[in-house]
Design a protein around this ligand. Structure first.
Ligand code: SF4
Length: 337
């Protein structure tokens, strides 16, 4: 079981990107608006806990990951790591200790790896740039340890290879080894298996779970795939248009979802849909996510709220407790119970 002390907390996190206005807007000083990529998220991650952040593309989940790894600066709210406010800490030297402890695994392993570098150089790079080793012997040992932990055994067989000489699964393991080499305490994994074959996915997920079990590593697992989130996570947080609409244990969110968007996500997975009659009413997800530049009030999923429930238009629903440690932001939260 994870040690539940929080390693990371997001308080009202906000990332709004300004929209370049049209010429007339600029001439008349009219505000051009903003893309509300992330719009006031509260989220905590415990040590050794795996939290899945689930949503469609455009929901803001990658932006949350980029804020946590300090690749994107938030426009509001706070990012706390072990209680220390990291929101406005900037600059490579000030961030060096943080980058040592928080790492990111990207979705596209081929893009993340420099094709001209060997596996050794790729995995050694963060150790060198964060100055975590004193000599070549230490460097070689840390690289081999990281490759072995990511399941590339024996490590010596891979050190001199280039990315094009590896399979998709091996490339993703090299990306994981690069993140592990610095011995982080929190990893943000952004769709780490979405580009892999199903058989390889299970192996990579197992590597991540083993790392949590052995090193008490915390993991934010970003995915659009609810069943995958259920497989790996302790808790699931559901993001819709930059807002957190539901959060709870993986079992509660998957088998007892309360927010109609979560139900629609579940109904989009054929073998998970159905259930009680009310849930079956909610259509599966279809079409594109509305633009984050023109976020509609309410949601478009509940059949009893065809456009947006009047109350939702006037007042955003706060997170309401619908079960043990299970919160959903919808005025009709009891509709499915
Ligand atoms: Fe969606 Fe709001 Fe209706 Fe809930 S009350 S189903 S959030 S429009």
């Amino acid at each position: 079981m994870p040690d539940t002390a929080d390693i990371l907390r997001l308080d009202g996190l906000q990332v709004h990107f300004p929209i370049q206005g049209r010429v007339f807007d600029r001439v008349f000083g009219r505000p051009a608006g903003a893309v509300r990529a992330v719009d006031g998220i509260d989220l905590n991650i415990g040590r050794g806990e795996i939290v899945a952040l689930v949503g469609e593309s455009g929901s803001g989940k990658t932006t949350v990951g980029r804020v946590i790894t300090k690749l994107t600066q938030p426009t509001g709210g706070r990012l706390l790591f072990e209680g220390k406010d990291m929101t406005s800490v900037r600059g490579s030297s000030a961030l060096r200790p943080y980058r040592h402890r928080v790492q990111m695994i990207f979705q596209d392993a081929y893009q993340a790896l420099n094709p001209r570098h060997t596996v050794f150089d790729i995995v050694a790079e963060p150790l060198r740039s964060l100055r975590l080793v004193d000599n070549g012997k230490q460097l070689a040992a840390r690289v081999s340890q990281a490759l072995a932990a990511a399941g590339l055994n024996p490590p010596d067989d891979f050190l001199a290879r280039f990315p094009h000489e590896l399979s998709g699964g091996q490339r993703q393991r090299v990306v994981i080894a690069g993140a592990l080499a610095v011995k982080p305490e929190l990893i943000v994994a952004d769709e780490p298996v979405s580009m892999l074959d199903v058989s390889i996915r299970a192996q990579i997920l197992q590597v991540l779970v083993d790392l949590r079990d052995k090193h008490n590593l915390a993991l934010l697992f970003i995915t659009h795939d609810l069943p995958l989130a259920w497989l790996i996570a302790d808790r699931i947080a559901v993001l819709y248009l930059g807002k957190l609409v539901e959060i709870g244990s993986a079992d509660e969110i998957t088998f007892n979802p309360s927010h109609p968007y979560t139900v629609a996500l579940r109904n989009a997975t054929p073998h998970m849909g159905g259930g009680n009659a009310d849930r079956a009413e909610v259509p599966a997800l279809q079409g594109e996510v509305p633009s984050a530049a023109r976020v509609p009030k309410g949601c478009r999923f509940h059949p009893r709220c065809p456009s947006a429930f009047d109350r939702c238009r006037q007042e955003e629903p706060p997170p309401i407790e619908v079960g043990p440690k299970h919160l959903a932001a919808c005025w009709l939260t009891n509709w499915a119970h």
